[in-house]
Design a protein around this ligand. Structure first.
Ligand SMILES: *Cc1c(COP(=O)(O)O)cnc(C)c1O
Length: 495
């Protein structure tokens, strides 16, 4: 009896120990088959990207999303049917941000090599939060940060941080400046942006404890560049009110029109007034890699900190942002911490957790490192130069289309315009017509264009920043803009 009981208990235990349900491991053959299934789909998706509608199919999209709500799966299913749904039904119902015709918002494309790096990162799953977890891998990330520092001509004191995007880079920069310049006296600090600054800055300021009523919005000139005289006046007004101006943002390429603020002018004031000068180069910063284009971003290396978005102008996948801080020790002072269960901090090597807010994290450095190693910086410079040349060429053509008024010629690779004509006398009518132009070209399928409000005016925009966008596409885009503008003008005149 006793023995029997004992045996039963042992066999129950054996069952637990060998329960196949608990085994999440795949065999090498399964891993290979699944990997190949995914690779086949991905390569087919990318091979067809030029023919894929630039704005996907949005018919009944809300109904689709509602129908997709589901309970957590209790039983597992096979990979193939899931891939069918992803690649045939869900991925096509989105903006084709990878395509050569995606000229809306800020494109990038998403280079393939980055996906290979992510696959390696995720499959090997090494711990890059602290240096000791994977010293050589962390060194690769440190190398990339140093490359970015050198391309931007920042000094050796600079330290950087990979973030998930420009917004989080901004957040860390504001926290850093706040800590260094305001200490505990946060409420008296004031921060300056322009009316064309990206909205993520005000959001990041709030996250970093700088309330909306401490953010000043400076006006812009007719080229959408921050007015330095107005900045100077606002700083003086705040000082007189007993406040502590501590930070100013200039933008190296605004999202709306691609305007580059007078970085040197802002840097002069920041130096005189003791402000932290952050340059938002999320869209335009990487153009500084190209020596011939540096005069367009003159003064950029004078920034105290700089936002870069490798997921825009390095053509990497979303989730890749970057912050550079001239005073690397200030970045470390904000983030550095210790814990009894972690290895002691060391000083020689870059240690991600000492320079950023995260502990456990992905490994964004590898996708940048592998991609740059494979292509080399020279091909990146060539691609960036080409995108700017294409924008300059296309803007010249578009400016010649009857009815088009060019509001912003490309300072980098964005241009913005509106249309005027008989029957389009009011700004409201021009706004409606210009918006309609963007929509009509987009509805044709090959291109996706978007617009932006700048003050009272709706501007049509063309942004050339996908590595896949080449001359042949830009020629067709110009032609479609000309055709649709002509149609719109006839319709407006007849109304
Ligand atoms: C895209 C952009 C941002 C925001 O960056 P995210 O990576 O989208 O968070 C900020 N500033 C400018 C100028 C941008 O173009």
């Amino acid at each position: 009896m006793c023995c029997l009981y004992g045996d039963e208990s042992r066999s129950e235990m054996d069952n637990v120990m060998t329960n196949e349900l608990a085994n999440l491991e795949l065999t090498p053959a399964q891993m290979t088959a699944m990997g190949e299934a995914v690779l086949t789909r991905v390569v087919a998706n990318l091979a067809a990207v030029s023919e894929t509608p630039s704005r996907g199919d949005y018919t009944d999209i809300e109904a689709l999303c509602r129908s997709m709500r589901e309970d957590a799966p209790e039983k597992g299913v096979a990979l193939e049917p899931l891939l069918d749904q992803l690649f045939n039904e869900w991925i096509p119902r989105s903006f084709t941000t990878t395509g050569p015709g995606y000229l809306a918002y800020i494109p990038g494309g998403g280079v393939y090599t980055a996906a290979l790096a992510d696959f390696i990162s995720d499959a090997t799953n090494r711990y890059t939060g602290v240096w000791q977890g994977a010293p050589a891998l962390v060194q690769l990330e440190a190398n990339v940060l140093d490359w970015a520092r050198d391309w931007m001509c920042f000094p050796p004191t600079t330290r950087g941080l990979f973030t998930t995007g420009g917004s989080m880079a901004m957040f860390n920069a504001i926290a850093c400046a706040r800590e260094k310049l305001l200490g505990d006296d946060i409420r008296s600090g004031t921060l300056y942006v322009s009316s064309q600054s990206h909205h993520s800055i005000v959001k990041a300021a709030k996250l970093a404890g700088i309330a909306h009523d401490r953010v000043r919005t400076i006006g812009v000139d007719e080229d959408f560049r921050m007015r330095v005289d107005e900045l100077e006046r606002e700083i003086a007004v705040d000082r007189q009110a007993g406040l502590r101006p501590f930070m100013v943002f200039s933008t190296a390429g605004t999202t709306n029109t691609g305007a580059v603020d007078p970085i040197n002018g802002v840097a002069d004031i920041a130096a005189r007034e003791g402000l932290w000068h952050h340059v938002d180069g999320a869209y335009g910063g990487f153009f500084y890699m190209v020596p011939e284009l540096r005069p367009l971003l003159s003064g950029l290396p004078r920034a105290d900190s700089l936002t870069l978005d490798p997921h825009k102008a390095l053509f990497l996948p979303y989730g890749t942002g970057l912050l550079l801080v001239r005073d690397g020790e200030a970045l470390r002072a904000l983030h550095s911490s210790t814990a009894g269960y972690l290895p002691d901090n060391q000083n020689e090597f870059y240690d991600p957790a000492q320079y950023g807010p995260e502990l456990s994290r992905g490994f964004p450095g590898l996708r940048v490192w592998l991609t740059l190693k494979i292509f080399g910086a020279e091909r990146y410079r060539a691609a960036l130069k080409e995108k700017r040349d294409l924008a300059v060429w296309a803007a010249e053509q578009v400016a010649r289309i009857p009815g088009v008024v060019m509001d912003a010629s490309p300072q980098l690779s964005i241009f913005a315009f509106h249309i005027e004509g008989n029957g389009l006398e009011t700004i409201e009518a021009q706004n409606t017509a210009t918006e309609s132009l963007m929509n009509r070209v987009t509805d044709r399928g090959q291109f996706m264009l978007s617009g932006a409000m700048a003050g009272e005016r709706y501007l049509g925009r063309v942004v050339v920043l996908s590595f896949r966008t080449r001359r042949s596409q830009m020629e067709i885009c110009v032609q479609q803009l000309a055709e649709e503008t002509a149609t719109l003008l006839v319709e407006a005149a007849e109304r």
